[in-house]
Ligand binder design. Structure first.
Ligand code: NAD
Length: 437
């Protein structure tokens, strides 16, 4: 099939590469000329494991190309996928659909022959109807169908997730669109992966309902972690004991400094706004948002406590800045409110991240960045493990002990072994485990 994908961000680029690897002819479109120029030179605009190889292979086979000119790519496509951002609106947290509507207008202008327009972006219920109206109004002659096909990939393992998802959801109110999309995902169905078809509005809601559920699950285990610290229990074992129950499952039960990223915070908020617009109360999700925001702000106290409450002339080494490991994405990362809170009490911030420092530099002020984690920790009064990158999990505590000023560790991700940390003279504070006296 000929597929045009509008937006070459985390979702669009990964989808483009994977669909081309299945043998389709794919064109990735982006209005960001710098991004397209980089991609044409084989330089990746984002970090995602395995993506560069997949793209270079597909480009080499002539199955994948990149352009800023939407019109010819849309005109030649059987399927046009929309994978543009849907960020939260600053004033109320509702999903900002301006990029979606702009894409719909561009699609309308260039449609040629029967085309299925697929929304991969996460969009509020009813957005498919809006896109349909925009296209029909602009081009009453156009032959098209609108489908919803939400993306569930996770950054850091996006390629693997796209190629072997837990399920594919197709939302269609038009039979021809349903048949075409079933055909598109046939390789996955043949692997035994469920490909479910439902109505378009239901499909749009599935994505939000799933993300909000996962966010609630994280907030749940985070609150259990607080209780563990008070009652002398260990949240890691609580999570293990809970997760072994197949009705619960182990995913998203890692207590930490609060969820971040480009999806959970914005999608929970957008779902809440949808529910309020319809007079429905989603109290569990509302409370989860409040708990998560408060938690992110509260984490600075742990660092201050580890320093004995004294921030005067002290410096903190933050290891890992991105919202999760193996991605360069800093959107809504828990490191941002942590660093800002620590700066407010006068602490000097040193920071290291394996891939996220370019993005972090544009978001954080007065932070000293280091390419090497040991240089970052050098002379620091406390070392904070913020994001559990594979590379950071392998840090040598003996070497770390030699370079720090004070052997104080705050581990928000349960990376360090407490016995080993003690052997190297570190005091260790972590999450969901009662502090040693
Ligand atoms: P992103 O910000 O990384 O990429 C969006 C891209 O779209 C940008 O490159 C931008 O320049 C481009 N763009 C915007 N308007 C355009 C237009 N009119 N024409 C051409 N290009 C245009 O976003 P993302 O993280 O890939 O997310 C995209 C959507 O997918 C969002 O709705 C998000 O919620 C959803 N989603 C994201 C993830 C994730 O892990 N990032 C997972 C599942 C779903």
């Amino acid at each position: 099939m000929k597929i045009a994908i509008i937006g070459t961000g985390y979702v669009g680029l990964v989808s483009a590469a994977c669909l081309a690897s299945w043998g389709h002819e794919v064109v990735g479109i982006d209005k960001d000329a710098g991004k397209i120029a980089s991609l044409r030179q084989g330089i990746m605009p984002i970090y995602e494991p395995g993506l560069e190889e997949l793209i270079s292979q597909a480009v080499g086979q002539g199955l994948l190309s990149f352009t800023t000119s939407a019109a010819p790519a849309i005109a030649g496509a059987d399927i046009v996928m929309i994978a543009v951002g849907t960020p939260p609106r600053l004033r109320d947290g509702e999903a900002d659909l301006s990029f979606i509507y702009a894409a719909a207008k561009e699609i309308a202008a260039s449609l040629n022959g029967f085309t299925v327009v697929v929304t991969k972006s996460t969009v509020p219920v009813g957005t498919g109807d809006d896109i349909e109206r925009i296209i029909a109004r602009t081009r009453p002659d156009a032959r098209f169908a609108i489908a919803s096909n939400p993306e569930f990939l996770r950054q850091g393992s996006a390629v693997a997730d796209f190629q072997a998802p837990d399920r594919v959801v197709i939302g269609v109110d038009d039979e021809r669109a349903g048949v075409l999309l079933q055909e598109l995902y046939e390789p996955l169905r043949l692997q035994g992966i469920p490909v479910m078809t439902t109505q378009r509005r239901t499909s749009e809601l599935i994505k939000y309902a799933a993300n909000a559920f996962l966010a609630v699950k994280i907030s749940y285990i985070n609150e259990m972690a607080d209780l563990c610290e008070s009652v002398g229990a260990d949240v890691r074992d609580v999570a293990l004991g809970m997760g072994l129950d197949r009705r619960i499952g182990a995913a998203c039960l890692h207590a930490g400094p609060g969820y971040g990223g480009s999806c959970f915070p914005k999608d929970t908020l957008a779902l809440l706004r949808t529910s309020q617009d319809h007079g429905v109360s989603l109290r569990i999700i509302q409370e989860s948002i409040v708990a998560n925001d408060a938690r992110k702000r509260r984490m600075a106290l742990k660092v201050l406590n580890a320093l004995g409450g004294n921030s005067e002339g002290r410096s903190v080494a933050i290891l890992g800045l991105t919202f999760k490991p193996e991605t360069d994405d800093m959107r809504e990362a828990a490191s941002i409110p942590l660093i800002e809170a620590l700066q407010r009490v006068g602490l000097h911030i040193r920071a290291h991240d394996p891939q996220g420092m370019a993005n972090a530099r544009s978001l954080l002020n007065d932070v000293e960045f280091f390419d090497d984690p040991y240089e970052c920790a050098s002379g620091a009064d406390v070392v904070v493990m913020m994001t559990d990158w594979k590379a950071l999990k392998r840090l040598d505590l003996g070497r770390l002990a030699q370079v720090v000023r004070n052997r104080v560790l705050v581990d928000f991700r349960h990376v360090f072994d407490p016995v080993e940390a003690r052997q190297h003279g570190f005091s260790l504070s972590t999450i969901g485990v009662q502090q040693e006296a």
